[in-house]
Structure formats: structure tokens, C-alpha cells
Design a protein around this ligand. Structure first.
Ligand code: UD1
Ligand code: CA
Length: 449
């Protein structure tokens, strides 16, 4: 049966104190709404709709770059969660199956939890609500059960003291029969303490319409929403804690897990070792058998097995590191393919480059890739030996088995097997240094007298 997704993200997020719409604040380098979408990715939703309002232009732009297939609908006035869902009516026309409503600021709902909700739908409920036992129920909506069945939801503002004493709270996530959702939404009014159209009233509406309703529960940690910067920081910490546990569980060695920071999409294979204080930006894949040494920073890079990166290395987007490559300390790579067994061990910049297998780049090798306007490529052949402190002024190529003399500024292509020397020839002036220093010292002593 088809699954669809409506993510609510029109709210102002006032408590973030930010010009950026709340759902664009990031956890592990991905906007909050991307995490919400990720919870449901396992269910391969057919239609995915984001309801935007505050900062809709910025949300649209971010959505296009992260997920071009996402359908954005606009709720121009925030008149409540049911009103927000109603904005998705056209985008959902003719849809059948299950539709989930998630909040864009709630990043941690687990796929297993959503699957349990789908199961409750299969068991006959038209509306399934995700609840949780709250340690401190505060101002959450309360789930009211009768004979073990979900009867209705009451918002805190509208609840009696007795209802407020209920600790089973509403997470906000619902799963509904796609063919009945909007008909039920139409039954919802705004005669309540906030004058808003509450999505929570869909439970009572479903019961009136003779549909079954059910509550599924999850751990409170999953329903954590982000409303403030402090909660954003807590969400980041929670994400990292989970990512570290997941990596350890998947056979990755982390010598100091609490110092390693993953991105939302970091992929690390079994038998990778990650030393302390390693930071992953987006788009990194580390293959089995690689070692990432301490204090390295990686982003948009693939590292193959047997490679050793760092300590203190920086891999930037477009880096592709083949088997057994060595990238040493204070080496920066960008848009660079480095083939099997090549070595870039010390103090280098390798950008817009292809480095052949088993090539060796000496300390201080720099690809001068940028002329102030355009970027140019450097190609180095297999087995080449680049002398220390070589400047490779791109576009330029060094052939296979070729060498450059250290200190060279290489501006012309170097043929296979050749040696390029591109620096001033050395002269030795016999006795010059002593005579020169004697003269300076004599001049200094004369001044003192
Ligand atoms: C909502 C629930 C409450 C639940 C709580 C869990 C309702 C009426 N109440 O309350 O039962 O315990 O979440 O956190 O649903 N939004 C829109 N448009 C609107 C209003 C809200 O897009 O017009 C979005 C917000 O951006 C947010 C989400 O819906 O992502 C929830 O809205 P919010 O106002 O925070 O609901 P709560 O009052 O917290
Ligand atoms: Ca809220």
C-alpha cells in the first residue's frame, strides 16, 4: 500500500530568536526538515509534501537543494495544525493508502515507530496517533483512552485538571487513511482556547464518522522537538550519541567516541578505525580497512580501504582516495583523485588534480590551481616523484615516472620519465660569508667607540 508524507513547517519558531526559519536550523549538517523526512525514508513515500509558511522562500530554496522532488505548499496564515494539513489537499488529490503527518522540527522519530503505526492501520484503525509517556507532561496535548481505545485528544489549554493529570501525551505524529483525511479535517472547528484548527481534533472526528482510532507509543526521546537554541544543541548531542553507538555497533573502532562528530549522511564501513577528534562534514564515505587519524576534517570525500588519512588532514569536497593512499599532516585536498598507493605526506595543497598510482608528492607540494578567475587542473602520472616545495602551476601535467627538482616552479608539462628543474642554479662564492660578516661586525664596533 502506498505511503505519503505531510511535514508541517509553517510555524514561526519565535523562540529560536533567528532570522532563519526554524526548520532550516541544522543538526549534523542537515536542516531539521531533512531529518523529519529521513524518519520516513524507509517507507519510500510516494508523495512528500512540506507545508511552509514563515520564511517560505528560504525553505523552498533549501528543499530544492536537498530534495528536489519535495512538493512545497504554502500556509500563509498559521491558523493551526489542522489548517496546515488542509493546505496539502490539492497535492494529495486522489492519493490512497497511508498518510503520515510529521512536524518539521521533530528530527528523531525512528523508522520502526512509523512501521508500528502502519501496522496499527493494517489492524483496522483509520487514524493512528503516536503518543509517549512524558516524564514531565507540561503543555503537551493529552491522549484520552477509554477501554484501551483512543477516544480523543485534549490540548493542555482546554483540559480539565483531571485531564491534565494524564501522562500519556501527544507527539503530534499521526498516520491516517489517505482517502478519509481531508473529509475528517473538514469536520474540525476552531472553538477552543486558542481559536485554532487543531489537528488533534481529528481523533474525535474519526470516531464520530465511525472510524477506528488507535494510539501507538514510543520513547519520549524520539518525540523531542526543537524550539530553542538550547534544544538545538541538545538535539545535536543526541544525534551524535546515536551515531557513535551505531558506528560502534556496525564494527567501527572509535578510540574516543565522544570526540568524533558525524554528519547526517556519513557512511563508515566495518573495520574502519577513527582516532580522536575527527570531524565529518556532509557526503563522506569511508570504506572497510581505512584509518582516519586524529584531528582530521573530512567533507564530500570517499576514502578506500587501506588508506591512512592524517593526523591533521583536511579532505574537501570532490576528494577520492584510492586503496593504500597516504595523506599526512597538514595536507588539504579538494576535487582530487588520488590513485592507489600514492603518498602526500606533509604540508601540501592538492586541488583540481589527478595523482597517479604510487606517485610521491614531497613536503610542501602545491597545486597552484587558481589564477584569480578560473580553476585549472594538474595531472600527475603513475609513479612520478614530485620534489619538496614544488609549485605546480596549473594547467600542467607531469608524466609517469617523471620527477621535479625540489623548489621548482613547474609551468610546462613534464614528459614521461623526464626530470624538470625549474629554479635558479646554485652558485657557491668561496669565503664570501666570512668576509661579509667580518665587515658588518667591524662597522658595528666602530659605531660604539
Ligand atoms: C502540538 C499538538 C499537541 C502536541 C504537541 C507536541 C496540536 C493542536 N497540538 O502542539 O497536542 O502535544 O504538538 O509537540 O496539534 N504548524 C504549522 N501551521 C500552523 C500551526 C503549526 O505548520 O498553523 C506547525 C509548526 O511549525 C510545528 C508543528 O506544526 O512544526 C506543531 O505546531 P505547534 O504550534 O508547535 O504545536 P503545539 O502547540 O506544540
Ligand atoms: Ca511545539
Amino acid at each position: 500500500m502506498a505511503t505519503h508524507l505531510i511535514v508541517l513547517a509553517a510555524g514561526a519558531g519565535t523562540r529560536m530568536k533567528s532570522d532563519l526559519p526554524k526548520v532550516l536550523h541544522e543538526v549534523a549538517h542537515a536542516p531539521l526538515f531533512v531529518h523529519a523526512l529521513g524518519s520516513a525514508a524507509d517507507l519510500s513515500p510516494e508523495r512528500r509534501i512540506l507545508v511552509a509558511g514563515h520564511g517560505a522562500d528560504a525553505v523552498k530554496k533549501a528543499a530544492r537543494s536537498h530534495d528536489p522532488a519535495l512538493d512545497i505548499v504554502i500556509q500563509s496564515q498559521q491558523r493551526g495544525t489542522a489548517h496546515a494539513v488542509a493546505q496539502a489537499r490539492e497535492a494529495m488529490a486522489g492519493a490512497t493508502g497511508d498518510v503520515f503527518v510529521l512536524y518539521g522540527d521533530t528530527p528523531f522519530i525512528r523508522p520502526e515507530t512509523l512501521r508500528a503505526m502502519v501496522q496499527a492501520r493494517r489492524d483496522g484503525a483509520g487514524i493512528v496517533v503516536l503518543g509517549f509517556e512524558a516524564a514531565d507532561p507540561g503543555r503537551y496535548g493529552r491522549l484520552l483512552l477509554r477501554d484501551g481505545r483512543l477516544e480523543r485528544i485534549v490540548e493542555y489549554k482546554d483540559a480539565t485538571d483531571e485531564e491534565r493529570s494524564v501522562t500519556l501525551c501527544n507527539s503530534g505524529v499521526i498516520c491516517a487513511d489517505a482517502e478519509r483525511l481531508f473529509e475528517l479535517i473538514d469536520r474540525i472547528g476552531n472553538d477552543n482556547a486558542s481559536g485554532e484548527y487543531y489537528l488533534t481534533d481529528i481523533v474525535a472526528a474519526a470516531r464520530e464518522a465511525g472510524l477506528g482510532t488507535a494510539a501507538v507509543t514510543c520513547d519520549e526521546a524520539e518525540t523531542m522537538g526543537v524550539n530553542t537554541r538550547a534544544e538545538l544543541a541538545r538535539a545535536e548531542a543526541l544525534f551524535q550519541a546515536r551515531a557513535r553507538e551505531a558506528a560502534l555497533g556496525a564494527g567501527v573502532t572509535l578510540t574516543a567516541p565522544e570526540t568524533v562528530h558525524f554528519a547526517y549522511d556519513t557512511r563508515v564501513a566495518q573495520d574502519v578505525t577513527i582516532e580522536p577528534h575527527v570531524i565529518f562534514g556532509p557526503g563522506v564515505t569511508i570504506e572497510s580497512g581505512a584509518r582516519i587519524r586524529a584531528f582530521s576534517h573530512l567533507e564530500g570525500a570517499r576514502v578506500a580501504g587501506g588508506a591512512v588519512i592524517g593526523p591533521y588532514a583536511r579532505l574537501r569536497p570532490g576528494t577520492d582516495i584510492a586503496e593504500r593512499v597516504r595523506i599526512g599532516n597538514f595536507v588539504e585536498t579538494k576535487n582530487a583523485r588520488i590513485h592507489d598507493g600514492a603518498k602526500v605526506n606533509h604540508l601540501s595543497y592538492v586541488g583540481d588534480a589527478e595523482i597517479g598510482a604510487a606517485a610521491n608528492l614531497g613536503a610542501g607540494t602545491i597545486t597552484c590551481n587558481y589564477d584569480g578567475v578560473f580553476k585549472h587542473r594538474t595531472t600527475i602520472g603513475d609513479n612520478a616523484f614530485i620534489g619538496s616545495n614544488t609549485m605546480l602551476v596549473a594547467p600542467v601535467s607531469v608524466g609517469r615516472d617523471a620527477m621535479t627538482a625540489s623548489g621548482s616552479v613547474v609551468t610546462m608539462d613534464v614528459p614521461d620519465g623526464a626530470m624538470a628543474v625549474a629554479r635558479a642554479r646554485q652558485q657557491n662564492k668561496d669565503g664570501f660569508a666570512r668576509r661579509f660578516m667580518d665587515r658588518l661586525r667591524a662597522a658595528k664596533n666602530k659605531d660604539r667607540i
